[in-house]
Write a protein that binds this ligand. Structure first.
Ligand code: NAP
Ligand code: F7E
Length: 328
């Protein structure tokens, strides 16, 4: 039985990946941070909490990274841990660089000393491309437009450097936006489905959004974790773009979600709040994942429409059952 170690177990992707690896028969270890409240809601929601060995580690702390790697004795290590919210990276650029950028280097350096034969997956991001025009693939230049994007470019290059210099089997998955019912509440898709459900149940009247004209290539997180695993099963390590190849605006997502909720015109519910606009945003991000489709045999299974529908159905139940409003 193979051992897998996931940094960032408690996040959206960590939860889907843990579930996927358990189904493949892996012994799954995952890290979580010390917090003043429980952080295992997602693992509990999909019923895998008891199946994973949980290790306390923070990727800004080298000692705990080393212990996690020594304890798990991993065949495969997935680095999904990050300060992953682009908006906050403008307010906390130093923390973002430390966690999202240097955190990856700390893990790589620990692998070199403690698990040189482990295969390593790095969660790179389409945010690294910034406003480079057209469909992006593995050869497109990076022109990041946020502290988060800059930190991910650092981590991406550092991963490739360790691969070359120390022969670590390391892959970067350059993933475009991927969403799900387990998406964090501050990301725009989940914010929309969660807040709309609250309006529907009369728990609030309105909510605010920022740049609703921005377009993203939105896939389903459950489909994307399979691509992470496939990269580590190849003969040679390489980097891959993972995307649907379609982009939709925030406004389109909002319109479709409102329809699926069976609600009227969203113009009566939404206010545009200028404080939610970012100092620099990316107007349109769309990826070309031909290489992954050809070499990994991967393709997305969930359409944009079904993704929105699934998130709406989830949040209609989720909000109905909750007595403690999360956004207040
Ligand atoms: P997420 O839901 O925000 O999860 C991030 C994870 O990182 C959480 O488990 C979080 O722990 C953990 N974390 C944060 N700071 C940490 C620290 N200092 N030490 C250890 N762990 C820490 O993000 P996601 O959507 O699952 O994304 C997974 C990875 O893919 C991230 O690296 C993200 O940047 C990258 N990515 C995401 C997308 C996307 O569209 N989802 C696209 C491209 C790349 P807590 O639960 O305690 O906060
Ligand atoms: O924003 C606009 C916002 O925060 C999408 C992360 O997973 O994907 C994600 O980053 C767009 C932006 O995701 C609101 O300005 C409008 O143009 O959902 P988001 P993101 O910034 O694309 C990449 C690939 C990652 O790697 C990241 O980790 O929507 N937008 N109004 C809004 N965004 C938010 N959050 N909230 C709003 O009210």
């Amino acid at each position: 039985m193979k051992n897998a170690l996931i940094f960032g177990l408690t996040g959206q992707d960590g939860t889907y990946l843990a579930d996927f690896l358990l189904k493949k028969g892996y012994n799954v270890f995952g890290t979580f941070r010390r917090t003043s409240h429980r952080c295992f809601e997602r693992l509990e929601e999909i019923g895998i909490f008891d199946d994973i060995t949980k290790i306390k580690a923070d990727i800004s702390d080298q000692t705990s990274i080393n212990s996690a790697i020594r304890q798990a004795k991993p065949d495969e290590i997935y680095n999904l841990a990050a300060q992953s919210f682009v908006g906050v990276s403008f307010q906390q650029p130093i923390l973002t660089s430390d966690v999202t950028g240097l955190g990856t280097l700390r893990i790589l350096d620990s692998i070199r000393d403690n698990a040189p034969d482990a295969k390593f997956y790095q969660a790179s991001s389409s945010e690294m491309f910034g406003d480079f025009p057209g469909k992006k693939d593995e050869k497109t230049c990076f022109r990041p437009r946020s502290p988060y994007g800059v930190a991910k470019v650092f981590a991406h290059h550092m991963t490739n450097h360790y691969k070359e210099a120390y022969k670590i089997f390391a892959c970067c998955g350059i993933l475009f936006n991927h969403e799900s019912p387990l998406r964090g509440l501050e990301f725009v898709t989940r914010k929309i489905t969660y807040e709309l459900a609250r309006v529907k149940y009369k728990k609030q009247k309105k909510f605010s959004l920022g740049n609703i004209y921005a377009k993203r290539d939105w896939g389903f997180a459950g489909d994307y974790v399979e691509a992470m695993w496939l990269m580590l099963q190849q003969k040679n390590p390489d980097d891959y773009v993972i995307a649907t190849g379609e982009s939709h605006s925030v406004e389109e997502f909002l319109t479709l979600a409102t329809e699926f909720m069976g609600m009227g015109d969203w113009k009566n519910i939404i206010e545009i709040d200028k404080t939610l606009l970012r100092p620099t945003d990316i107007e349109n991000l769309v990826g070309n994942s031909s290489k992954a489709r050809k070499e990994l045999g991967w393709k997305p299974k969930t359409s944009f429409k079904n993704l929105v529908k699934e998130m709406v159905e989830h949040d209609l139940e989720y909000v109905k059952l909750r007595t403690d409003p999360l956004s207040e």
